[in-house]
Design a protein around this ligand. Structure first.
Ligand SMILES: *[C@@H]1O[C@H](CO)[C@@H](O)[C@H](O)[C@H]1NC(C)=O
Ligand SMILES: *[C@@H]1O[C@H](CO)[C@@H](O)[C@H](O)[C@H]1NC(C)=O
Length: 278
């Protein structure tokens, strides 16, 4: 009895901490293009003609609130993509993405977002930012609970994906996901739809990460319920009326693409979740 209870507490513990990049991540790609600085508080990813780079958090999570501070590539970053996303494994995977599409000096980055459930994506929404994301660190966050996914920039909601299982839309709630970040070349589509190419004479391109925080359920080997050991207010959070107003204001002023208004792309009718995710 006692031992099984200890096991279940160990399988799902709530963690609140700022990651130490020495201890809490694995480099997954282009290891010689990643650098950990300041005793593990800061990590840089670089891209040049030979390689990009990437890392993943060691833990897997089932629900949580995740924050990362990122300072994007300064100057000419056209053709590059910096990512921060959650993903599970396999062909029916779930995935929740921030992708930052670079641009020529002085031209605006695009924040590209997507949500995959059971392997199905095609839910892109894109935004401009209300600040220059290359001058300073800014906080990009996901809130993920059984009812809603909310994307935040500096604490302001820019996108929601609600649980619409009642109308037949799959929601990410059974597959644990891991946090990933990467920096790669995507000049075939990223900047002005691929018309502006990466200028390799400006390489290496470098993005900087710090203060990864997870207030989340850490998942291990197949346990399917979350046991909370501290303040899990994020677990019940939904959009209150103030946040909803802010979300609408941001979408009105900064959204540059919304799959939910792309009637040409969905001539048979918009995806069903589009009716509720505003
Ligand atoms: C880059 O700048 C151009 C011109 O302002 C703009 O149309 C485009 O949306 C910007 N962002 C990307 C990623 O292409
Ligand atoms: C839990 O955290 C939220 C914000 O993260 C805070 O507003 C609330 O007061 C906290 N509740 C308790 C009981 O500490």
């Amino acid at each position: 009895m006692a031992s099984s209870c200890i096991l279940c507490a160990m399988a799902f513990i709530t963690a609140v901490y700022a990651a130490n990049f020495y201890q809490d991540i694995d480099l997954t790609w282009g290891n010689d293009h990643a650098r950990i600085l300041n005793n593990g508080e800061v990590l840089t990813l670089s891209l040049d003609k030979s390689s990009g780079s990437g890392f993943q958090l060691k833990n897997e999570y089932l629900f949580g609130k995740f924050d990362m501070q990122i300072k994007l590539i300064p100057g000419d970053s056209a053709g590059t993509v910096t990512t921060f996303y959650l993903s599970s494994q396999g062909s029916t995977h779930d995935e929740i993405d921030f992708e930052f599409l670079g641009n020529l000096s002085g031209d605006p980055y695009i924040v590209h977002t997507n949500v995959f459930t059971q392997g199905k994506g095609n839910r892109e929404q894109q935004f401009y930012l209300w600040f220059d994301p290359t001058k300073d660190f800014h906080t990009y966050s996901f809130l993920w609970n059984p009812r809603i996914v909310i994307f935040y920039v500096d604490g302001r909601p820019i996108r929601v994906f609600k649980n619409n299982e009642l109308i037949g839309v799959a929601f990410p709630k059974n597959q644990p996901m891991r946090i990933y970040s990467s920096l790669w070349n995507a000049d075939d589509w990223a900047t002005r739809g691929g018309r502006v190419k990466t200028d390799w004479s400006k390489a290496p391109f470098t993005a900087t990460f710090r203060e990864f925080n997870a207030n989340a359920c850490v998942s291990s080997s197949g346990v399917s319920s979350c046991r909370s050991l501290s303040n899990n207010s994020w677990m019940l959070q939904e959009l209150d009326s103030t946040s909803l107003e802010l979300l609408r204001m941001i979408q009105k002023n900064y959204m540059v693409y919304n799959y939910c208004s792309d009637l040409k792309r969905f001539p048979q009718g918009l995806p069903s979740e589009c009716s509720t995710n505003t």
